[in-house]
Design a protein around this ligand. Structure first.
Ligand SMILES: [Zn+2]
Length: 439
C-alpha cells in the first residue's frame, strides 16, 4: 500500500481542509535531518523502511518503522523547524493508520495498561468506547476516501475492500460475542492470519527466498518443516533451558586420544529405568542419529561382519521408531540394531546429565567431548550393554567408541550452537538495555 503520496479526506469529516496529502518525501526528509545525529528524533525510522523494494513493501516490521508513535512525535517536533512539506498531513495519516493498527492487534489483556495506551486495550462492546468510535469513524473515512475517486495517491480497490471487511467484521465479532457468550470485550489480534502468513514466509525462505514458489517446492518445504518438527530432541541446560538437537551438521569421525581424558573428579553417573523412560518420546530422532553413527562405522571399516552386527535389514520395518529413517531415506541411510540405538540412547542421557547437573565443571573442562565419550564408554562396558563380535578382529570396544564418538559430536555440536545463539541474543539484549538508558 505504499505510494509516494497519499491524497486522503479529513478524518473527522468536518475540518477546514477537505483534502490532505501525506508524503513519503516528508519522511525521507525527516530521516535526512536525523541522519547526522547520534540522538535521533525518529529513532525507529531506517532508510530501508523508506525505500522498500517491491517485496519489502509487505514486510510488517519495516512498515512498523514508519507507522509508530516515534515518527508521529518526530514529525511534529521538527516539521516546522526544518520546513518539511506536508508534515502535518503526513503526521495525521500515520496517526490514523497507527491507531487502527493498534486496535486491531491487541492480543493480551494487559498490554494497554502496561504501555499506558488506551488504543491497545481489549475492544469492548460498548458503543461509547473511544476505540469503537474510532473504528466507526475509520469506516466512514474509508467510504469518503473511496468516493473521492482519485486516480493516483489512493489505496487500491483491494486494500480498500480488505480494510473495510476487516474493520467491520471485528466490530461485529465484538457484538456477537457479547450477545451469544456474554463477553464484555474481545482481543482483535487473535482473529487474524498471522500463523498462516508465517507459514507462507517459511515456504518462501526455504525455497531460496523465492517469492513465487512452485507447487513442487511447496510440497517439499512442507515435508521439511514437518520433519523438522519431529526432530525436537533436546538437552535441558540449567543455564540455557531446553537446547534442541538437530541433525543439520553431522560431522565425520575423528580419532580419539583418550590419554588426555581425566575422569578422576567426575562423579559416577548412572542411567536408570526412569532415564530411559524419559527419552521414549524422542526415540525416533535418536534412532535416526544412531542410523547415522552406524553408517559412519560401516563406511570406515568396510567390514561385512561388523555391518551385520550394527544394522538391520531395511526392507523389514521393525517399529515406529524407524519411521524417521524411512521418511528421510534416499538409499544411503542405515537402520541401526536395537543394540546400537541403546548405546546412543545411553550416550544421550549421560550428556544430558553432564549438561544439567554438572554444567559449569563440564564446560570448563579441557575436553568435554572426550569426557562425555569416556564416561559413556565406561558405563556401557562396565554394564555389558553393548555386544559385538566380528571375525575380522574388530573388538566391541573399538566399534562402541566409533559409534559414541559420532553421537557425542552430534549432541555437543548442537549444544554449543544453541549456547552461542543464546549468548549472542543476551549480548544484544544488554546492548539494547544500555541504549535505552542512554536515551
Ligand atoms: Zn568387523
Amino acid at each position: 500500500m505504499m505510494a509516494i503520496h497519499f491524497f486522503f479526506p479529513n478524518f473527522e469529516g468536518n475540518g477546514k481542509k477537505s483534502f490532505h496529502q501525506a508524503s513519503f518525501v516528508s519522511l525521507r526528509k525527516l530521516h535526512h535531518v536525523d541522519s547526522n545525529n547520534l540522538v535521533k528524533h525518529s529513532c525507529k525510522l531506517t532508510l530501508k523502511a523508506l525505500s522498500p523494494s517491491s517485496l519489502e513493501r509487505q514486510n510488517v516490521r519495516l512498515a512498523l518503522q514508519v507507522f509508530n508513535d516515534n515518527t508521529v512525535g518526530a514529525l511534529k517536533e521538527v516539521g516546522n523547524r526544518y520546513e518539511i512539506e506536508h508534515f502535518e498531513d503526513t503526521d495525521e495519516f500515520i496517526r490514523i493508520i497507527l491507531t487502527w493498527w493498534k486496535i486491531m492487534n491487541v492480543k493480551s489483556l494487559t498490554v494497554g495498561l502496561r504501555e499506558n495506551d488506551e488504543f491497545k486495550q481489549p475492544l469492548p462492546y460498548m458503543a461509547n468506547d473511544e476505540k469503537v468510535q474510532f473504528l466507526d469513524n475509520f469506516l466512514n473515512w474509508l467510504e469518503r476516501w473511496e468516493n473521492m475517486d482519485c486516480k493516483t495517491g489512493g489505496l487500491s480497490k483491494e486494500t480498500h475492500a480488505a480494510l473495510k471487511v476487516t474493520t467491520n467484521a471485528t466490530t461485529e465479532i465484538a457484538v456477537y460475542c457479547n450477545e451469544n457468550f456474554g463477553l464484555n470485550f474481545i482481543l482483535p489480534g487473535k482473529f487474524q492470519t498471522d500463523n498462516l502468513e508465517s507459514r507462507f514466509g517459511l515456504y518462501h525462505q526455504m525455497s531460496g527466498s523465492n517469492y513465487h514458489i512452485s507447487i513442487r517446492q511447496l510440497f517439499e518445504t512442507e515435508k521439511k518443516i514437518r520433519i523438522r518438527s519431529l526432530l525436537k530432541l533436546g538437552i535441558s541446560s540449567k543455564t540455557f533451558g531446553q537446547v534442541l538437537i538437530m541433525n543439520t551438521d553431522l560431522q565425520d569421525f575423528g580419532d580419539v586420544d583418550e590419554g588426555s581424558v581425566v575422569l578422576s573428579f567426575w562423579p559416577s553417573i548412572h542411567v536408570d529405568d526412569k532415564d530411559i523412560e524419559g527419552v521414549r518420546e524422542v526415540l525416533g530422532p535418536l534412532t535416526y542419529i544412531a542410523g547415522y553413527c552406524v553408517f559412519i562405522v560401516v563406511k570406515k571399516l568396510k567390514c561385512d561382519a561388523c555391518k551385520s552386527n550394527v544394522t538391520v535389514d531395511k526392507t523389514i520395518e521393525i517399529d515406529e521408531n524407524y519411521g524417521l529413517i524411512f521418511k528421510l531415506d534416499r538409499g544411503q541411510l542405515l537402520c541401526p540394531t536395537p543394540n546400537a540405538v541403546n548405546a546412543v540412547v545411553h550416550n544421550y542421557i549421560i550428556i544430558k546429565k553432564l549438561c544439567f547437573d554438572f554444567e559449569d565443571d563440564f564446560i570448563a573442562s579441557e575436553n568435554p567431548r572426550k569426557i562425555a565419550l569416556k564416561l559413556s564408554e565406561n558405563y556401557l562396558n562396565s554394564e555389558n550393554l553393548f555386544e559385538h563380535d566380528c571375525d575380522n578382529k574388530h573388538s566391541h570396544e573399538k566399534i562402541l567408541k566409533m559409534l559414541l564418538w559420532s553421537s557425542t559430536n552430534i549432541f555437543l555440536n548442537n549444544y554449543c550452537k544453541e549456547k552461542n545463539n543464546q549468548s549472542i541474543k543476551q549480548t544484544e539484549k544488554q546492548k539494547n538495555r544500555k541504549l535505552q538508558t542512554l536515551k
